[in-house]
Design a protein around this ligand. Structure first.
Ligand code: FE2
Ligand code: FE2
Length: 135
């Protein structure tokens, strides 16, 4: 079974661009998680790098939307993003230096972050952005 499964009920923000990107992130985390047993460090590294790049792009999409429309919770939301990015960059650096491996604990940490952040933090911008004509 996949590590993460996107459903509208649990994860829908009612902002289509965010929902599409969240589904892509889930697919990439699942792919990374499933490749861990292969022992192919190069393939794992490529998926890790692609995931981190995509997540950074996604955070920028959300931040640009929130900022463009004067979202009042922007700063607190961005702080959560910055926190995860910092952790990811640290893991990425250590992985490529050969100091650590990516393990199921790593992908589960990302999963836990997403299943908290999307319903509790991302979903809050839905009604606000909808009221600004963003759907
Ligand atoms: Fe998000
Ligand atoms: Fe977010």
């Amino acid at each position: 079974m996949a590590l993460l499964e996107w459903t509208k009920e649990a994860f829908g923000t009612n902002v289509s661009k965010a929902d599409e990107q969240h589904q892509q992130i889930f697919a990439m985390v699942n792919g990374l998680h499933e490749s861990l047993g292969s022992g192919d460090r190069q393939a794992i590294g490529r998926q890790l790098d692609a995931l981190i790049d995509y997540v950074a792009m996604h955070f920028k999409t959300e931040e640009d939307l929130m900022q463009a429309h004067g979202y009042p919770e922007f700063e607190a939301h961005k702080a959560e993003h910055d926190n995860l990015v910092q952790t990811c960059l640290d893991v990425q650096k250590k992985f490529h230096a050969g100091a650590i491996d990516i393990t199921p604990e790593t992908t589960t940490f990302v999963k836990d972050w997403l299943v908290k952040h999307i319903p509790n933090v991302d979903k809050h911008y839905g009604p606000f952005l909808n009221s600004k004509g963003i759907a």
